[in-house]
Design a protein around this ligand. Structure first.
Ligand code: AHR
Length: 542
């Protein structure tokens, strides 16, 4: 007992040695505890390929492009005379980037903008110059209208989700727009379309009947909206001959904007009516909007934040799951066969506007946190793929949680863009159940699951896994049990970065980009290391 400093042994020298010993013991204990904690970071995951679930619709990876800030003008449209390389006025760099993420559909022209949009302003050689009162009160030149949107959709290989004006427009105006876009018959509107350069009918895959009609779309009660919606559903027809039997246009009604009695009543009103709907009206989808914002007005910074804000935002984004469950339960009451899809056609992170930007333009940075946020939400959608069959992140370019940011001739791809790219194989794949102990990540008394994962069988027969490690400090050793799956080889890539708020900028565009990782397959198991704060996608060749 060398440090027993009592009685005659209680000399100053002995006491100081005792203190040093005590400190040494505490350090040893900390090292021991940390080591055992680190060892506990092993995650075991099992994929059950024998119980395939719903199809993960490719439309869960849809986009939203509103006439808002630089979402359309500068972001997509630069005009044919621009020195920025373009095809008929549409940026070539943006088109190439979007083609690579296989955008299934684009919702346009809004948002709140849609309920004040008059389509005739955006066709023909002379465009009306109007205002955009919702978004900064700026001039709307209408140079990007129906033909330009359809050209854009065609260039990126996507489908049109057109939102018609239920707020300040009329059923007549919307019906004419659809006839203008879709008829093959030589009507006056078809001839006008042909004179404007497109004799063949356009395909309109999805029709949005209003936008947030409970708020910016006209502050309607659910009953009033329901009455209006039925009229639009009845008269706003798609005449495209190729869409009469196969490929019919799907109609999406305005749904809830959150959780709680007000929104439950909204969903209940629409779905109850749907249950008893007659031949003369129908809907195929009910939209839901939910942003990750924590508090209004949006005050969280999109860059230059720390771990607490990282944890707060990610914790808040997980509310999407309970929101979907709440609204799906109401839909299930009236539509147990799940004919009506829950369409999350506005979602994403909404932060404070970047300092110096026009607050009406909703400009924010996009960091590694947003990549993780996107993955968590896409996984939630995939787990509810039987009901949630479409989702549109807000918004595609330069606005809110964007895929792409542009500044004149410059373009940068955001961390969220790379998540969408990594998830391409999940488009139309079949969901496979996974089981795992997620563990818990805690910071500043904020706790959330440490790891999230989904699995799917893709249309090419390969098995795909996505695993998100939310913990920004600890890596995890993942061991995947492949019972019933014979894996010939596996490969994967991971998206991470030095900091939770790392971003890609025009000057440094490759700070947050996916990198290949090593994946081992042996004895029916697959093992890989998950970096802290990372999104990882792995494919298995069977
Ligand atoms: O995405 C920005 C706006 O948010 C949309 O225009 C509106 O529908 C929502 O409130």
């Amino acid at each position: 007992m060398p440090f027993l400093c009592s009685g005659y042994l209680a000399t100053p020298k002995c006491k100081s040695r005792a203190i040093r010993f005590a400190i040494f013991s505490v350090v040893l204990a900390i090292i021991f505890l940390t080591a055992s904690f680190a060892a506990a970071q092993k995650i075991e995951l099992s994929v059950d390929a024998s119980k395939p679930g719903a199809k993960i619709s490719r439309n869960l990876f849809g986009q939203f492009a509103e006439h808002l800030g630089h979402g359309i003008y500068d972001g997509i449209w630069v005009g044919p005379e621009s020195t920025i390389p373009n095809t008929r006025g549409i940026r070539n760099d943006v088109v190439a980037a979007l083609r690579a993420i296989k955008v299934p559909d684009v919702r346009w022209p809004g948002g709140c903008f849609a309920d004040e949009y008059h389509w005739r302003n955006g066709i023909g050689p002379q465009r009306a110059v109007t205002l955009n009162p919702n978004w900064g009160g700026v001039i709307e030149p209408n140079t990007f209208g129906t033909h330009e949107f359809m050209d854009f959709i065609n260039q990126i290989g996507s489908e049109a989700y057109v939102s018609v004006n239920v707020g300040s427009g009329t059923p007549h105006e919307a019906a004419d727009w659809l006839e203008y876009m879709t008829t093959a018959q030589p009507t006056t509107l078809q001839k006008e379309r042909a004179a404007n350069g497109h004799p063949d009918p356009y395909k309109v895959a999805f029709l949005g009947i209003g936008n947030e009609s409970w708020d910016c779309g006209g502050n309607m009660t659910p009953e009033y909206y329901l009455d209006r919606m039925k009229v639009y559903s009845r008269f706003v027809r798609n005449f495209n001959p190729a869409q009469q039997t196969e490929d019919q246009m799907l109609k999406i009604a305005v749904g809830p904007g959150g959780s709680g009695p007000r929104w439950d009543e909204w969903t209940d009103t629409i779905m109850k009516a749907y249950q008893n709907h007659s031949w003369s009206w129908d809907i195929n989808g009910l939209s839901m909007h939910s942003y990750t914002v924590v508090q209004w007005p949006p005050s969280f910074k999109s860059v230059g934040f720390g771990e607490t804000e990282y944890a707060q935002i990610l914790k808040s984004t997980l509310d999407m799951d309970s929101l979907i469950k709440e609204q799906s339960a109401i839909m299930d009451k009236y539509d147990p066969q799940k004919k009506v899809a829950l369409v999350i056609d506005e979602w994403g992170a909404w932060y404070a506007p970047l300092p110096g930007s026009n607050p009406g333009f909703l400009v924010q940075q996009n960091s590694l946190r947003d990549a993780i946020l996107a993955a968590l939400n896409l996984n939630i959608f995939a787990r509810h793929a039987d009901r949630v069959r479409m989702a549109n992140i807000a918004q595609m370019i330069n606005v809110l949680q964007a895929m792409i940011m542009t500044d004149k001739e410059k373009m940068v791809l955001t961390p969220t863009y790379y998540v969408y790219k990594m998830y391409v194989p999940f488009q139309d794949a079949t969901f496979l159940p996974v089981t795992f102990e997620s563990g818990t990540y805690t910071h500043d008394k904020i706790s959330l699951p440490r790891v999230d994962a989904i699995a799917a069988k893709a249309t090419d027969g390969k098995l795909w896994l996505e695993i998100t490690n939310v913990d920004p400090n600890q890596s995890a050793q993942l061991e995947v049990n492949l019972a019933g799956v014979s894996a010939k080889s596996a490969s994967g890539e991971t998206l991470t970065a030095p900091k939770v708020d790392s971003v890609n900028t025009f000057q440094a565009p490759n700070t947050v980009v996916p990198k290949p990782i090593s994946v081992k397959t042996q004895g029916g198991k697959l093992t890989l290391k998950l970096e802290p704060k990372s999104v990882t996608v792995v494919s298995l060749e069977q």
